[in-house]
Design a protein around this ligand. Sequence first.
Ligand SMILES: [Zn+2]
Length: 477
Amino acid sequence: GYFMQFREGHTFFDRWYAHSENPTRPTVKISVEQARLFTRQIEAALEKRGMLYHAVGHGWTCEAFGVPGLGWDPVIQDWPGEVANSLALVNGRRMMWNDIPLITSLCFSNANVRQKVIDCIVDYVQSHRNIQALHFWLDDGFNNKCECAECQKMRPSDYYVILLNELDDTLTQLGYPGKIVFLSYADLLWPPEHRRIQNPDRFIMMFAPITRSYRRPLFPKDLEYKLPPFVRNRLIFSNNNDEQLAFLRSWQALFPGDSFIYDYHLWRPGTYTCDPDALFLARLLSSDIKNLKQLGLNGMVSCQLQRIFFPTGLAMYVMGRTLWNADLEFDALLDEYFSASFGPEWQLCKFYLQSLSALQDVVPILEKDLVQHPQAETQLEQGLAVIQQFLPVIERNLKLPEHSQALSWFYLRVHAELMQQFLCMLSARAAGKKEEAARRWNEIKTFVREKEDEIQPVFDVYAFISTFERAFREEAG
Ligand SMILES: [Zn+2]
């Protein structure tokens, strides 16, 4: 299957065409109608391949009021009174959450508000009959739920279940056979206390543990782990995988229907991600997928970048193969991938990436609970030496007769150049040289921008730059 996020995925196409992180490229603004045309092409490609089409997700909570939910950008605008009165009451005010319609919650105890949302979904499914699994998620905010006297009476998930049941009633009356995917995520991880889904056959539960740790498999160590208390709009989202799985079990106790996980291993981009070790991440994917059955989940939708094959596509390969056959062993897939991708000298290549991975995981950027390794600078220098020693191997493989293998080595050469700069930046950070680190980061940005035409099929420049920029901003406070 394939999941197309939002009605026409406008924001994701826009990230490419607008080139907002690459001033050396022209900015092309695409319209919603153009994004719709792209979406239709994707739909045709899915149909041709007999793939399940999952669609939409967030956005109903604003589209229902004629307010587009195209993405996470703020929209400064005066909304009509009807919209304002329907919004969640938070801190005594009903207003857009950070001016972003997509993450603004509603007053769901209000029957008129619920009816608006349901009408919006019903209209949509009737004119989009090719969708096999329509995702009905609420707003993409957290700690932003309505505090009015009525809404306070039950948890947000209770009101969500009321909405799901009302939607199911209407769809049943209309004879609509499609499945609706509902989401256990953020504030909705805490299960309903008073309401139950009446017609489980209509629904598929999607469990999205977005704050989980990607350093450890998602598998319980403590089956007795208790849910943290639900305190409206004061919720704390932990990266403790036992806690995440306690949420899953609490929903499973109430909902007997079909379910899958929505997971984020490849959400962040490129060469040095939440997890700097791409081999580690591929291995983690393998064990997470193998564990799904024991967790009572029937599959996975990967919330990820489309272009995430740099320097290799190992993680994607492992994900696809293991979702198809969970008995496949990771090490066998690893060898299969490297030998096919890199040709005769694949073992050298595998050893090189393994050595490099082991040396760079010393200066935390994105994973907050890591600490800097005491030997960080020495290790990073060793990493530079590993790259330097390997460059001749890359050079002699660039002209392999098999084009796809030569291309793999080409990407590896760009990766080596990028990693040399990246390790220098990490080294400056490890030594506390902030100005040098900032200068190095600017050089890295220039490098990937200049290379964008050559590497864009496998590497998302926008995502790479914006992810680290955000991390550095948060770090600087
Ligand atoms: Zn309310």
